[in-house]
Ligand binder design. Structure first.
Ligand code: AMP
Ligand code: MN
Ligand code: MN
Ligand code: MN
Length: 285
């Protein structure tokens, strides 16, 4: 059976993407995406425009968000799909999670200034559409624009990752809270890009088992940040933990993202796609 072209992970300028929700919907449709979810970091405020634009294009739509979580000393991202975006507990949880971003950005700018890169707070802000969502990506764009680095990947490597001058440790949401906000709003929680975390085997096992114990049900197998070997590995992990499998490009920008919307390979046929479990939550044109 031919699998659906579902892309369930992408960002608009409501978080750290560069396109509006409407332009992202248009690009997803042009790329052949049949079911699309917008998953802005710690935000749902782009979903109404995204939904309207998706349905106008004739494309099916799922609500989404990508929640920043602190677990075992690492930042982990939990994607929520198919929830009720009006749910007040979810909205309050996301507002709390976003809350410290401005002070964190100030501290990042201080660190960068000490390393000789001045004006980074104001510089990053020029790329921000949502004042509640200043992200490392906005700083990265500023450092590329000013010629300090050649591309955003270089900025992260030299300035914005642990131990580097612009990195500021931050306390995000708790894993159990993030999963609860999503599931109690009728959605499915999914571990995003699991290969990106620098966990020991023990800590990774703890992440998956605690996630499942809290009611988490899915894992990204096909994502823009997995190599072929990592796709194979997390397909096995999905089976081991009985998780639904997801597929999403994690698209942020036409000029920065290496994986465009709708272009990843299909999920391995033996895995159960998360969008099948969410059939009743998919909004159709
Ligand atoms: P923040 O939520 O402010 O910590 O920013 C996290 C975002 O930065 C991620 O969602 C990615 O878009 C981007 N990012 C994180 N690490 C890297 C990296 N090594 N290279 C490029 N972008 C990255
Ligand atoms: Mn991002
Ligand atoms: Mn992520
Ligand atoms: Mn993402």
């Amino acid at each position: 059976m031919h699998l659906l072209n579902a892309d369930l992970h992408s960002h608009s300028h409501v978080s750290d993407g560069t396109l509006s929700p409407e332009d992202l919907a248009q690009r997803a449709h042009a790329q052949g995406v049949e079911v699309w979810a917008l998953t802005d970091h710690d935000e749902v405020r782009g979903l109404a425009a995204a939904r309207q634009a998706a349905l106008a294009q004739g494309m099916a739509f799922l609500t989404g968000t990508e929640i920043s979580v602190s677990f075992a000393g690492e930042t982990v991202h939990i994607v929520g799909l198919g929830f009720d975006a009006e749910d007040t507990a979810l909205q309050a949880g996301l507002a709390d999670t976003r809350g410290g971003r401005r002070a964190r950005a100030q501290a990042m700018a201080d660190g960068l200034a000490a390393a000789g890169v001045g004006g980074a707070f104001e510089g990053a802000l020029r790329y921000v559409s949502n004042p509640d969502l200043i992200s490392r990506t906005h700083f990265a764009r500023f450092l590329v624009e000013t010629g300090v680095c050649n591309d955003t990947y270089e900025v992260f490597r030299r300035f914005l990752t642990e131990g580097k001058p612009g990195y500021v440790p931050h306390q995000w949401a708790r894993l159990g809270d993030a999963v609860k906000w999503i599931t109690q709003a009728g959605g499915v929680a999914v571990i995003a890009h699991p290969a990106r975390y620098k966990f020991s085997a023990t800590a990774e096992y703890a992440l998956f088992s605690e996630f499942v114990a809290h009611g988490g049900q899915g894992v990204e197998v096909m994502t823009g940040s997995h190599s072929e070997a990592e796709r194979v590995r997390y397909a096995e992990v999905a089976e081991e933990f009985g998780l639904l499998a997801s597929r999403g490009s994690d698209f942020h920008s036409p000029t920065e993202s290496r994986t465009d919307l709708g272009t990843l390979p299909d999920l391995p046929g033996r895995l159960r796609p998360v969008w099948e479990a969410l059939a009743h939550r998919i909004q159709r044109p």
